[in-house]
Design a binder for this molecule. Sequence first.
Ligand SMILES: [Ca+2]
Length: 482
Amino acid sequence: MCCAVPVGANLQSAATQMRKPNVVIILADDMGWGDPGCYNTQSKTPTPNIDRLAARGMRFTDAHSPSAVCTPTRYGLLTGRYAWRTSLKSGVLQGYDPLLIETGRMTIASLLRQNGYNTGAVGKWHLGFGAQKPVDYAKPLVPGPNAVGFDYFFGIPSSLDFTPYVYVENERATEFPGATVADSKHQRDGGKGFWRGGAIAPGFKHEETLQTLTDKAVAFLQRQSKKKPFFLYFPLSAPHTPWMPVGEFRGRSGAGDYGDFVVQTDAAIGRVLKTLDDTKLSADTLIIFTSDNGAHWLPNEIERFGHRANGPWRGQKADIWEGGHRVPFIARWPAQIKANSVSDELICLTDLMATTAAVIGAALPENVAEDSYDILPALLGRKQSGRIREAVVHHSSDGAFAIRQGEWKLELCLGSRGFSDPRTLDPKPGEAAGQLYNLKDDPGEKNNLWLQKPEVVARLTALLEKYQREGRSVARHRHASQ
Ligand SMILES: [Ca+2]
């Protein structure tokens, strides 16, 4: 019932007739499906700017990050390929790890650069620098973002609670991380944040990072003009820990430091939107807002604040359950995407690569973007005979797999295999060896049908194994037909 729908000739000609739009991708770090008010009317974290984006664009309810944690999602977003196909089979990179993206592999940035765009990345990189471990921050950080398609880069190496704490501009640390900061106490409330101890640049202040990165993103936009299209990839450092809302944002939510930091994150997004308005670039810009995985929000915090950061979904960041990888996803493109629209299309952040190619009318070579489906038909509200994606593969922080097709979700594990309890369970003889849920009837993933539906288990297992074996989930002829 779910089959790939090739992009038709009509759509392609429509895409090529459009002026090449600017493309801005804003990737929140650990913001949950239930944080933005436009997704959750009971949210305790006011997000007027994200809500405004949704009111003027399309909001997807069934969008997924390819992984439930940072690094693999970023790899998948930029390359259109699942990161579990690389050497990274679980977890994330550390701050001294080499570049994960293979130099020579096409990314959204290199695709757009080849097609005449100015390309910039500002924010949390978390994809490594250089060719060997450990990275030496006294030397040029080559290869890095510039080597995989970005004309300009400014940002931090990895998460804001991972060492080293330093800014990198293009291929250099702006200040050598020669000082040391002590491990902070693990604070989930009280305004002091959390980070691991270690190397820090003398002038680096955690609480200023979101502001600094936003200043740089705004400056990049102010350097652009209507003469040449641009691409800005803006992976925010927030609302990931350390939760350190500043000044006017303190006390603005009903969900403690985390909620206040979500409000501050929303305001940073608002500054980007305002800059596009002020520079008269909004009308020609496709903006995507999404998040790299679910919120790191614990059951006792749901109870304490009455705020469901991951909405109705089970679990949280890192989990194989929906709370790990179902994320907010909003697209705004004036005159192309219908305002205040909602789509229930099943999509994955790996789809941004093929979609971007379709938007600019570029054909992708066969050997790139192996897990990327063109969702432009959904964005443009075109009627389709079936779903765009055949299926989506999910991946937990410790490397467990799940596959989703239509209403069925098969998880080849017991437990969350992420942060939620129980994390892992050993199968017992005669009992289910994994989890199978019907998300239509059971969106909360409570009723395991593994034993009752062996034919569905077998079918989805075979499909996942085919995707793993073949090195791709998009048919080989697919990109060439675009
Ligand atoms: Ca993250």
